[in-house]
Write a protein that binds this ligand. Structure first.
Ligand code: NAD
Length: 268
């Protein structure tokens, strides 16, 4: 049975109805947290995650909101706080890709990715910080006033041709995360990033759906397997719990070694 490190705490996971967000929502719930599963389109998928969470005793609700819209984010936090009393953990997970060669990239492709991947994290983090400061410390629940986990990517470090909008959004997340860690460290708000490599989800289906694609992908991953949402869920529980109380401003790569640059293993 999972260690119930997060009993009594409430976590909001954006984009929690699929992929990594679903893996994180389930792991936080198994660790005892109440979970708000944010979604933007499929209520059915979000409700299914809520039912799974309830099946192992977690209190959970689904809330629809587009994280790039200020009023919707504000209303989502209001509803979450009125349901559970406060929020202790924000997982800024929602994200998307709109890939194009740079010289063919439209402003819409650029802007929509920045709006969701970067502005969405700004809007949600701002609401969370406001709530943490307003609520104050609850020492019996956590040593921290609040915890924010930003879903970044190995592409905050590795440039990615054909994905300039996405790579720019993740590079910016690194500075947003570190600036918040610096600005609110003395208030005991911990802010960290999870930076995944290849995790098997709908966002990167073309990279794993055929044996050939998966084989090509393995040439980038020393550990020789694709990651699973549960791998990321386990790390999120650690970063949300007091086990990581001295970690803030860190970006933790979870990538089977992708960032040790496999291509250089034979001398470069
Ligand atoms: P996914 O497509 O399954 O998940 C993305 C989620 O974000 C979806 O549930 C989607 O509905 C939601 N979303 C999109 N736009 C939204 C909006 N405007 N408001 C609210 N929710 C919205 O893919 P995933 O791989 O689980 O991606 C989750 C996060 O992990 C993303 O930030 C992604 O950049 C990051 N990531 C994924 C990988 C990977 O290999 N899968 C690697 C690095 C980083």
């Amino acid at each position: 049975m999972a260690d119930k490190k997060l009993v009594g705490q409430t976590a909001l996971v954006t984009g929690g109805s699929s992929g990594i967000g679903m893996g994180v929502a389930l792991a936080l719930g198994k660790a005892g947290a109440n979970v708000i599963v944010n979604y933007s389109s499929s209520a059915a998928a979000a409700n299914e995650v809520v039912e799974q969470l309830k099946s192992f005793g977690s209190k959970a609700i689904a809330i629809k909101a587009d994280v790039s819209k200020e009023d919707q984010v504000h209303n989502m936090f209001q509803e979450a706080i009125s349901t559970f009393g406060t929020i202790d953990i924000l997982v800024n997970n929602a994200g998307m890709q709109k890939d194009a060669k740079f010289d063919e990239m439209t402003l819409q492709q650029w802007q929509s990715v920045i709006d969701v991947n970067l502005t969405g994290q700004f809007l949600c983090a701002r609401e969370a910080v406001r709530e943490f400061l307003k609520r104050g410390m609850v020492p019996e629940r956590s040593k921290a006033l609040g915890k924010i986990i930003c879903m970044s990517s190995v592409h905050e470090l590795i440039p990615w041709g054909g994905h300039a909008n996405y790579a720019a959004s993740k590079g910016a997340i690194k500075m947003l995360m570190q600036t918040l860690a610096q600005e609110y460290g003395d208030r005991k708000i911990r802010v960290n990033s999870i930076s995944p490599g290849a995790i098997q989800t709908p966002i990167n289906k073309e990279a794993w759906e055929t044996p050939k694609a998966l084989d090509d992908l393995m040439s980038l991953i020393p550990y020789n397997r694709i990651g699973q949402p549960e791998d990321v869920g386990n790390l999120a529980v650690f970063l949300a719990s007091d086990d990581s109380d001295y970690i803030t401003g860190a970006s933790i790569f979870i990538d089977g070694g992708m960032t040790v640059f496999e291509g250089f293993s034979k001398g470069g």
